[in-house]
Design a protein around this ligand. Structure first.
Ligand SMILES: C[S@@+](CC[C@H](N)C(=O)[O-])C[C@H]1O[C@@H](n2cnc3c(N)ncnc32)[C@H](O)[C@@H]1O
Length: 263
């Protein structure tokens, strides 16, 4: 659906609206994106330091993984497709307030920001690791309508119903069940009634998919909570009282899913 032409038009509108996006990145110290200071209560959750130190926590992990081709490889060549799926769902122009829960390697946030800027909106990005926020800050243009917020997704220090939409890109599979439930409740709380929550993550591949058998032991070893998403629907982790209108679309033989929840 997203052909080169739509990407091209995005680049043109970005160039018109945010000239600094196409400028070379400024030194981090000169950047003006608003940022919250990590509070004393913002500590990396145990699952991150125990299971994901190699991917996110260690400063050399950022250096190693911040390569689009590598993330694309890890996603079996589906990086652009999954980004496009998220963007297509959110829309070309995003006025109001948009929340991205957790940083992602690659250009996901920059692309989201183009759409937010086109709509005159604001983007808030939450992450629990300062090293990830710092990495993201270096990828965004100075003066962009974005705030980088050091917070835990399971305890968002954000007002009720203060966002028009939220995006969670490959976050939930990293979290143990109790954390995942708290994250979903929190996101549900901060998105306004009628707003949209877009989630892109792993799912159970179809029976004929070779990765159903080959990828399982890899995920079990490296991403111990991810197989929960092979067993249960994402909405099953929303408290029953919050179950809302939702739909799901599968990608790459079912290995990936996009779930859209209408608040
Ligand atoms: C959203 S996933 C992105 C996965 C995918 N590999 C990518 O880069 O596209 C990784 C991010 O989630 C963040 N994260 C994990 N648990 C979190 C939590 N409880 N609160 C906020 N951010 C969290 C990590 O710090 C990391 O920056």
């Amino acid at each position: 659906m997203y052909a080169n032409s739509s990407r091209h038009s995005e680049e043109i509108s970005l160039r018109e609206m945010l000239p600094s996006v196409i400028a070379r990145p400024m030194p981090v110290a000169n950047r003006s994106i608003a940022e919250s200071q990590p509070g004393p209560d913002v500590k990396p959750p145990h699952y991150l330091t125990a299971h994901y130190w190699w991917a996110y926590v260690h400063p050399r992990a950022v250096w190693f993984f911040e390569r689009q081709w590598l993330i694309n490889l890890i996603l079996w060549g589906n990086y652009t497709r999954l980004h496009n799926a998220a963007m297509a769902e959110l829309g070309d122009v995003l006025p109001g307030t948009t929340l991205q829960v957790a940083c992602a390697y690659g250009d996901l946030t920059a692309r989201l920001l183009q759409r937010v800027a086109a709509g005159g909106g604001r983007l808030d990005i939450v992450d629990v690791l300062p090293v990830q926020l710092e990495n993201l800050r270096a990828k965004l243009p100075s003066g962009a309508p974005a705030r980088l917020l050091a917070m835990d997704s399971a305890e968002l220090r954000l007002a009720d119903a203060s966002y028009d939409r939220a995006l969670l890109f490959f976050l939930l599979h990293e979290q143990p069940r109790d954390y995942r439930e708290r994250t979903l409740s929190e996101v549900f709380r901060v998105v306004r009634p009628g707003g949209e929550i877009v989630i892109v993550d792993y799912a159970l591949p179809r029976w004929w998919h070779p990765l159903r058998y080959l990828w399982r032991p890899v995920l079990a070893a490296l991403e111990p909570f991810s197989l929960d998403l092979w067993r249960d629907e994402i909405v099953s982790w929303l408290p029953a009282a919050l179950r809302a209108e939702w739909r799901k679309q599968s990608y790459f033989g079912g290995l990936y899913q996009k779930v859209v929840i209408r608040r």
